[in-house]
Ligand binder design. Sequence first.
Ligand code: C5P
Length: 404
Amino acid sequence: MLNGKRILLIISGGIAAYKALDLIRRLKEQGAGVRCVLSRGGAQFVTPLSVAALSEEAVYQDLFSLKDESEMGHIRLSREADLLVVAPASADLMAKMAAGLADDLASTVLLATDKPVLLAPAMNTRMWEHPATRRNLATLADDGVRTVGPGQGDLACGEVGAGRMAEPMEILAAVQACLGAENSGATLHGRRAIVTSGPTYEAIDPVRYIANRSSGKQGHAIAEAIARLGADTVLVAGPTNLADPVGVETVRVESARQMLAACEQALPADVAICAAAVADWRVDGTAQQKMKKDGSGQPPALALVENPDILASLAHLQDGRPDLVVGFAAETEQVVDYAQAKRARKRCDWIVANDVSDGTGVMGGDDNTVHLVTADAVDSWPTMSKQDVAATLARRIADHFDIS
Ligand code: C5P
């Protein structure tokens, strides 16, 4: 979605600089060209070699380097971009920007640019809340500089509060918003969507559970893509390590039964997309205390009972069934045949089917190869990133509502 866009990423000093490396990958996955300026402080946290390897471009560090200036003068550097992103943006660099100082390459490029600037601030809570930083932020906002984050949470300095740099996916969404890259004409404005994502945990006792390898990457990307097209989106997420997607109301649950209850609570909706890898079974009668070995050498017998099928429950609703119910079918063989059978059995409208057999790397990976199975067609999409699968599916859903 950022095909052909040029980003100048300025990495200033702060422990969050490590997240800038992931941001480079995310931007490039979306087709953007990324050129980086690494400040002296930034280079204390990430190496020029890592930045150059990930961006596949030279890294610019020094204002007074004859070599850098002859290859790419700082004025050209600041103008040959569609957007300047500062991540992390330190309190110091923001103060320099607000004051119009230009005493190193990063601040000079920021003063010389005629392009939009997006900041992802990262600092200690006290620094973030300091009246000087508040003043600088207000000045920068007046100057038209945009910001994403910071979030609340545990900070690297051991304190807790505001100041944590936005996650790379949040910064990516902000970049897309700044560049209007989400604007394909397709819209889901006025529609409400429920998306399920991630695995479920089914408790055996208070410390043990049954789970699966789903990362939630595909489901979370779908929630974000749907929200980006304007849908009022509720993401019901099982346990994952992913940040809550930007612009999405996220309800975190653990078990299949909690996931179903949260989906029912989120109704009514125009579209439901069940991308979660819901556990088929749970333990019958979860132990209230931690189970212990009894010395007999005999393992405990775990009796399983079937979990509710969330997709089928939503698709079978007599009253208030979402207009479009989309399921997923992860298969290791006969992918399309099984998906067609599943579509009929669960009475959903579409199935996104994928091959998760060993060696495909889909489970937990960043790419996906899917077939969209509808009532009268099977569309096989080329292998693409999970973000692109999400964006393509979101556009198909928007088209469905446009036509129907
Ligand atoms: O039957 P199977 O688990 O292969 O079906 C996969 C589809 O059904 C996915 O869309 C998944 O989210 C959904 N599902 C569900 N609740 C279950 C099991 C699967 O919503 N208990």
